[in-house]
Write a protein that binds this ligand. Structure first.
Ligand SMILES: NC(=O)c1ccc[n+]([C@@H]2O[C@H](COP(=O)([O-])OP(=O)(O)OC[C@H]3O[C@@H](n4cnc5c(N)ncnc54)[C@H](O)[C@@H]3O)[C@@H](O)[C@H]2O)c1
Length: 339
């Protein structure tokens, strides 16, 4: 089969990761990029040495494009995904798939109707240590799950927000610390613990001049009876590696900065644990490696080739956004919210 042609919508910082991954992969070729910021076309063409389009119409009419990667601002993912799906292209979107579940539901329905695949990049699901933890928890090694906690107590500078017209805004970021930075860890946590059924939360904007929250805490009740907490922030200097704790009747697993640093299961020898931390975006948004993105892209290409479901499809990507939206709603109405 001929290679898969890939087009990218959005030309910001994350696009460098895509270009790096795709240029290392066999059987794919980058057809071009598209940015709605017409003043960027010249600069981006020079930067990437690839054709750059400034309107979705002519870009998505290219028959060589099979897959469109969505890398524009989070709250504009749906306009880009809708255009790609209507042009009968498969879609792989950056996280969050969109900033509200209403928009996500419409995207899932549209992609189903158009018979195109819809995948989302929640790349931390691919890390070796996470997969090891997932296998242990899902195979019941920890026994009945009792508590699942996560913290994404990160820091972003004033410039990080000041130099962006979308980060930290409700319309285009959907909020801030939970939905932009925290979503990866929230996704990992609920994938281990199972669905949350209710949440009581308090989020605040204490330091940064943004609409969204830069500090927040949530108390979670899971469907399986377990409880837990999630805290997130981007004002928590200097920013600490994100952490996931899963406690079960038979033992517990703790991950920090993407690696397992505690594995204690009753009557089981502790396996050899990694000592080298993966890159964490705790203080620096550019400190995220590209290997996990490459696994996601490879999975999406395979899904297209063999007509399979992508690793994180629309329904999977919806779960973390639903919980984060419930956290925001609980904080707004100062009451527990059911999911
Ligand atoms: N999976 C991850 O770990 C990860 C990491 C970073 C970003 N993301 C996601 O990727 C998406 C894009 O994030 P980003 O960090 O690339 O955002 P960005 O601000 O760098 O770029 C966002 C958009 O703004 C445009 N843009 C960038 N610089 C511009 C300029 N100087 N003038 C005019 N327009 C400009 C780009 O074309 C792009 O479409 C978001 O949805 C974000 O959540 C995911």
């Amino acid at each position: 089969m001929a290679g898969i042609g890939v087009g990218i919508i959005g030309t910001g910082s994350i696009v460098h990761t895509y270009i790096k991954c795709l240029s290392e992969m066999d059987g794919v070729r980058i057809v071009g990029l598209c940015t709605k910021s017409t003043d960027r076309v010249e600069q981006v063409t020079a930067e990437f040495g690839l054709p750059v389009y400034s309107d979705y119409g002519s870009f998505l009419a290219l028959p060589e494009i099979d897959l469109v990667c969505i890398c524009n601002e989070s709250g504009k993912h749906s306009e880009a995904i809708e255009a790609a799906a209507m042009a009968n292209k498969h879609v792989l979107s950056e996280k969050p798939l969109e900033v509200t579940t209403e928009k996500i539901d419409a995207l899932i329905a549209l992609c189903d109707k158009q018979r195109v695949l819809l995948g989302c990049v929640l790349q931390n699901r691919c890390s070796t240590d996470y997969r090891r933890a997932e296998e242990a928890v899902k195979s019941g090694k920890l026994g009945k799950l009792l508590m699942g906690n996560a913290s994404i107590n990160w820091y972003r500078s004033e410039a990080y927000y000041a130099n962006s017209n979308w980060r930290g805004t409700i319309e285009l970021d959907g909020g801030a610390a939970f939905i932009n930075q925290g979503i990866h860890t929230v996704d990992l946590l609920i994938n281990l613990m199972g669905p949350a059924v209710s949440v009581f939360a308090n989020v605040q904007t204490r330091v940064h001049k943004i609409e969204g929250e830069d500090v927040g805490a949530a108390l979670i009740n899971y469907e399986n009876g377990a409880i837990g907490t999630i805290t997130a922030g981007t004002a928590l200097y200097p920013g600490y590696p994100e952490r996931i704790e899963v406690y079960g009747e038979k033992g517990s697993i703790i991950m920090e900065g993407g690696i397992i640093n505690s594995w204690n299961i009753r009557d089981e020898e502790t396996p050899k644990l990694s000592t080298e931390s993966l890159g964490s975006g705790a203080a620096d948004p550019t400190a995220i490696g590209h290997q996990n993105h490459k696994v996601v892209l490879q999975d999406m290409v395979e899904a297209i080739r063999y007509n399979k479901k992508p690793m994180v499809n629309g329904e999977e990507a919806r779960k973390s956004v639903a919980l984060i939206n419930a956290i925001y709603e609980s904080s707004r109405i100062k009451k527990q919210v059911q999911l």
